[in-house]
Design a protein around this ligand. Sequence first.
Ligand code: ZN
Ligand code: ZN
Ligand code: FE
Length: 748
Amino acid sequence: MADAHRIRIDGTVQGVGFRPFVYRLARRHGIAGWVRNDEEGVCIHAQGASAALDAFLRDVRTDAPPAASIASVRTEATSLQPHETFAIRHSTDAGPATVRITPDLPVCNDCRRELFTPSDRRHRYPYINCTNCGPRYSIVRSLPYDRPRTTMADWPMCDACAAEYQDPLDRRFHAQPVACPDCGPTYVYRTDGTDQERGEAAIRQTARALREGQIVAIKGIGGYHLACDARNADAVQRLRERKVRAEKPFAVMTADHDTARGLVDLSDDAAALLTDPARPIVLAPSRAELPGVAPNLRDLGVMLPYTPMHLLLFDVGAPDVLVMTSANRSSEPIAYRDADALERLSGLADAFLVGERAIARRVDDSVARADPFGPVVLRRSRGYAPQAVATLPTERPVLALGADLKNTVTLVVNGQAFVSHHIGDLDTMAARTAFETTVEDVLAVYDLAPQDVTVAHDAHPEFATTRHALALNTSRQPVQHHRAHVASVLAEREAWTRRVVGVAFDGTGYGDDGTIWGGEVFVGSVAEGFKRVGHLRPSVLPGGDAAIRWPVQAAAGFLADLDPPADLTGPPFSLPDRFEQAQQLIDADVRLFPTTSAGRLFDAAAALLGFTGRVAYEGQAAIELEHQARGHPRVDPYPFPALDHRPLLTALLDDRAAGRSTSACARAFHEGVVQGLVDVLQRLGTEHAVDTVALSGGVFQNQLLLRGVHDRLADTDWTVWTNHHVPPGDGGISLGQAALAARRSDRP
Ligand code: ZN
Ligand code: ZN
Ligand code: FE
């Protein structure tokens, strides 16, 4: 007696070898029927003896391919069809496309083996891939995910590749980017405006140029990198000069795991993160000296090779540690189109390793860190995007446009929240274009018009994202920046009604009263909204934005209401004129911007402990302050009662004047912020009967601060929640906006 089932599976099930897996499973269990991809995921018609069907269904759930991630399996009885065997059917493309696109995957072990097997027909082929590995998101032009809709459409398969592509038992069955040296793209080495070498010779030439200290623009999965020998201080210095990137740390790629271990201290969790399928840049404490790579920092960002080209590059003798930084001038988006790269990077790179496979969308490297309380994604991009990070309780699609710094956008379709790749700071024309393209792209992929969605955006009236929201001309939901930060933590956990104390310690964001917020404490939930119940004692930023670039200027603002005023005229304080000029602004009461920004408080402390210059990248002063503090064991905290910064800074000034070391002062400052915050939490917890705290905002990238709060609350009843899947910084804002807007648009 045979039964028939219709099985629908959704999740990350396309482009990960799911259909061939189902096919092999069906064969094994003697099941007849078919499997196909459709807009919602994978659909299976399975018929056979009921025991066999049960076993088949069980194995579908438990033995899925490594890159697949099943969100749900729905089964219903259906009528028997005249099938004798099991078949893989072609995709349908009717109806709305709501299926998830798979992130780009690193080269797998099977492909790596073939890559280095002389008898294999893809021996040393830089674009080798299979059903379990290779590019996905970066080559998809539209859905469903099939070769004609990818950037591989321009490369017709040869007979041998076509045979593998069509054979359900082959490990390249329906691997969309499948190719070989006979039919596929390759790499080209280019200097002085002409192509010099192709294929392996091009990669050898690149390795040689890198050994000689040159800077080469290398095309990867989601864009170009600028690469140089990380152990060659002159080359690193030259790269900094050309990129106009004075001090921002560079990430490195190492030839292998052992080389990485020689450079950084890897905990087990960090080592696991390094080989995660996303192959992120992993930040870990450095143990080797690489002059100029990450100046003044105790951490280094390390990643492993993730494309076959990278493996070949190291195999043919590239230096074993390469600086690999996004190919752009500072703050512009990463270059990903060949013509654009060749033009924009001509003064930056000595040579180009151009890959012939086109990139459909730019995807930067992701950045992650293994914290004692779990991994934290600090930049969510290649390998993670565009996976759904949460299921939101809304029927109506929501498009959240994020913030103007570290921009990402989130689209919610059928309740699934898809967070885009990292787009970056929208302060250049190129970046704003990239943002607009991404918005069009995510809507197009899911077949949505702006009128179909509710648009969520930051409450800041001057943000480019806000102007774009207005231009989209559909229903809108402004969301206050710091509430979005707190909501991002809860959205990750799908905790809609959980009441929490939400802490957003951040750089700057537009507050309800039009002032610059950034040290905010809320009570509430995503469902009921967040009421502001506390904040850093207000101060002023003399000169506005300039005070963000110059920590001494922020310091002048924070010190303005010390009574008696601090005397900073003598050593050890050697503050530049800019400090006094800022004081004059305060005295004259001109260009003063009220603020509660915790980020600026950290900047002020950094300025008083010697960071008297201009910040070269966002958060630099605060990051260097943290790294100074990490160099000193725990000390007694400075007082920070009810988030009043006056006693905190007074204690720091006194200590510093008395000659205490800057690292001890930096440490006591951190301990003070932790203790002050924990005291506030304890009070609010009792007052509002809440025992969960959600910590977010860019300042919580600070490990010492985050660990401090965790440690201090470890033996209490408090539950501490932080971001893991989206960044605590502004890269997480779009998810938080989406969550709050989804709840509101859901109400009657
Ligand atoms: Zn593979
Ligand atoms: Zn071929
Ligand atoms: Fe923020």
